[in-house]
Design a protein around this ligand. Structure first.
Ligand code: DP6
Length: 362
């Protein structure tokens, strides 16, 4: 597929108004996307678990304008309130996708959005938020062109979501999702994410992710800036090849249920992501002292309890604790006894692997 396949020809139908609601989940990368080229093309492939509880719900009401506007006509409500500081991001998103959705300026759009997780949790809502909005927009396109099939619908939603935020393209469909070309994964593409196409051992069907909220404050360095610092980074090329190798390693891990192999790749990826931040110019550190305390505790507990919990990190101080369903009781107890003390106000979120976005209405 090339991007031209997402450029629509004339629409068969006209639609004057309607409303659609989607719920799209967040996702946590196992192999990390860090570094990108023009037009939101990732510098390396990534793979993620889709989450279940952490999600954004977006309702989009659309009504046709008397005549096409010169700009985008939209209003934005976040948790019921006007959110002017979100407007530039949405405006930039609309500009990037307009050629793929040429009807955008024909409608007034009312976007009402809310997150299942607390606003100030330090959990980025851009993945779930952009995915939910992209799906709502695809719903309008499907009204205009009813011949669009389910596969193309999801692919184009992922393609559009990527243009809003890279990781958002992994929040459309599937429990294990791959984005970015990899020679061993058929149909993998830099343009959109695909459901992981090979059989996956049952231990990974019910994985848990408990998100420890170590620091709920605003990040000092945005992901977009971080990605850009991979240009001219001294370790960039090695890092990008390592991501390819790690996806190859995970293929064996997913097929056989090799938890030791899983832990090795996932923790190494998390630390490499932060190592890239620490070795860019300018350099920065997003981990906090409590992030490291938690990592040490996880390593100690894993060796004494013979369980298989491991950690991963996103671009922040929070720690995602990943573990199989069978070890849930033991790990929960450990989290309560030993890790909650390192969370800001003792807060954490219990999540698990989910299966992708859902149409809620109509
Ligand atoms: C560390 O998707 O937030 O979470 O494309 O600039 O919006 P933009 O970046 P974003 O980057 C996510 C980076 C990450 C790793 C990952 O999710 O793969």
């Amino acid at each position: 597929m090339t991007y031209t396949e997402f450029l629509p020809s004339e629409y068969a139908k006209t639609v004057s108004e309607g409303k659609v609601t989607y719920r799209a989940p967040s996702n946590i990368a196992l192999v990390k996307y860090w570094g990108k080229k023009e037009d939101q093309i990732p510098a390396n492939p990534s793979i993620s678990f889709t989450l279940d509880a952490c999600a954004t719900t977006t309702a989009l009401t659309y009504s046709k304008l008397a005549e096409k506007g010169s700009g985008f006509s939209f209003e934005l409500l976040f948790e019921g309130k006007d959110k002017p500081d979100f407007r530039p991001k949405i405006e930039a998103f609309f500009n990037r996708i307009e050629s793929y959705l040429p009807f955008l300026k024909d409608y007034h759009l009312k976007i009402e959005t809310s997150n299942s997780f607390p606003h100030s949790s330090g959990i980025a809502s851009s993945a779930s938020g952009m995915a939910a909005l992209a799906l709502c927009l695809m719903h309008i396109e499907k009204q205009l062109d009813p011949s669009i099939n389910e596969e193309f619908f999801d692919q184009k939603a992922s393609f559009l979501a990527r243009l809003g935020s890279g990781s958002a393209c992994r929040s459309i469909e599937g429990d294990l999702v791959q984005w970015g070309y990899h020679k061993g994964i058929p149909a993998s593409s830099d343009l959109f994410a695909v459901k992981y196409p090979f059989p996956v051992h049952e231990v990974f069907h019910k994985y848990h992710d408990t998100i420890l909220l170590v620091d709920k404050g605003q990040k000092q360095v945005s992901s977009t800036i971080g990605h850009n610092l991979m240009h001219g980074h001294p370790f960039a090329e090695q890092r990008f090849s390592q991501a390819h190798e790690n996806i190859t390693k995970l293929k064996e891990v997913f097929a056989t249920g090799n938890l030791k192999g899983f832990i090795e790749v996932v923790e190494s990826e998390a630390l490499t992501l932060h190592a890239m931040m620490m070795t860019s110019m300018p350099y920065f550190i997003l981990m906090k002292p409590n992030t490291l305390k938690i990592i040490e505790k996880i390593w100690q507990f894993r060796s004494t309890s013979k369980t298989h919990l491991c950690f991963t990190l996103d671009a922040g101080a929070n720690v995602h604790v990943l573990y199989p369903q069978e070890e849930k009781e033991k790990v929960h107890q450990f989290i309560k006894d030993e890790l909650v003390a390192y969370c800001e106000n003792g807060q954490y979120i219990c999540d698990r692997i989910g299966f992708g976005a859902k149409l809620l209405l109509p």
